[in-house]
Design a protein around this ligand. Structure first.
Ligand code: SAM
Length: 196
C-alpha cells in the first residue's frame, strides 16, 4: 500500500479521527468501481482519507467534500496536495447545512454528524443525478444501534435513537431501494428508483 495512505491512517489513529474502517472503505471503493461512478459529493471530509481513496480509483472521478472543522480541513488540504489531487477534489470548509450546491452527483456519501442524517439526506438529494445513489456510513454506530438502550449514556442514547430513525426513514422511503450491509461500521446503499 502507498505509504502516504498508511501515514493518513496512522495520523487518524493517533489523533482519534474517525475515518472509514478498512472493510467499509473496501466496500465503498468496490461499489464505485463496479457502478462506474464519476462525480461524488461527500458530507464529512475529516482529513481527506476517503475522498483521496475514491479519487485514486480512476482519473475521471471528482469529489466535492464538506468539512466544518478548521483543523481537519487544513489537514485534508495538505493531504490532497500531497497526492496532487487539487484539480479533482474540492473541499468546502463550511457547515454542510450552510452549503448551497447547484451541481448534480452520481453518489452522495454521508459520513458526518450521526444525529443529522435525515437532514443531510433531505438537503442533498436534490443534488443527485437521475439514477443516483446515497451511501450512508456508521449505521451500526459500533454495534450500539442493536443493544438495549437502557445500558447507554443519555448522549449516546440520543445518537442511537436518531440513527434508528434514519434507518426506518430509509426503509420507508418509497423513492429509494435501500440495502443495509453489516460491513465496517454499518453501511446503507439507497438507490433512487426510476420514476415511471
Ligand atoms: N469520510 C471521512 C473518511 O472516511 O476519511 C471521515 C469523516 S468523519 C467520520 C466525520 C466528519 O464530518 C468530521 O470530521 C466532522 O467534523 C464532520 N462533520 C460533522 N458534521 C458536519 C456538518 N454538519 N458539516 C460539515 N462537516 C461535518
Amino acid at each position: 500500500m502507498d505509504h502516504r495512505i498508511q501515514e493518513m491512517e496512522n495520523y487518524a489513529t493517533f489523533h482519534h479521527i474517525p475515518i472509514m474502517e478498512p472493510d467499509g472503505i473496501t466496500f465503498l471503493l468496490t461499489y464505485i468501481r463496479e457502478h462506474q461512478i464519476k462525480n461524488i459529493l461527500e458530507i464529512g471530509t475529516a482529513i481527506g482519507y476517503s475522498a483521496i481513496r475514491m479519487c485514486l480509483l480512476n482519473e475521471e472521478i471528482t469529489v466535492t467534500t464538506i468539512e466544518r472543522d478548521p483543523i481537519r480541513y487544513q489537514e485534508a488540504i495538505k493531504n490532497i496536495k500531497l497526492f496532487q489531487l487539487e484539480n479533482r477534489i474540492t473541499v468546502l470548509w463550511e457547515d454542510a447545512f450552510d452549503v448551497k450546491l447547484e451541481n448534480t452527483y452520481d453518489l452522495l456519501f454521508i459520513d458526518a454528524a450521526k444525529s443529522q442524517y435525515i437532514k443531510f439526506f433531505e438537503k442533498f438529494e436534490k443534488n443527485l443525478t437521475k439514477n443516483g445513489v446515497v451511501i450512508s456510513d456508521n449505521l451500526n454506530f459500533h454495534g450500539l444501534t442493536k443493544v438495549d438502550e437502557t445500558t447507554l449514556s443519555r448522549n449516546v442514547r440520543g445518537i442511537v435513537r436518531k440513527l434508528n430513525l434514519y434507518i426506518d426513514y430509509l426503509k420507508e422511503n418509497k423513492n429509494y431501494e435501500t440495502t443495509f450491509y453489516n460491513i465496517g461500521d454499518g453501511i446503507g446503499v439507497s438507490v433512487r428508483k426510476e420514476i415511471a
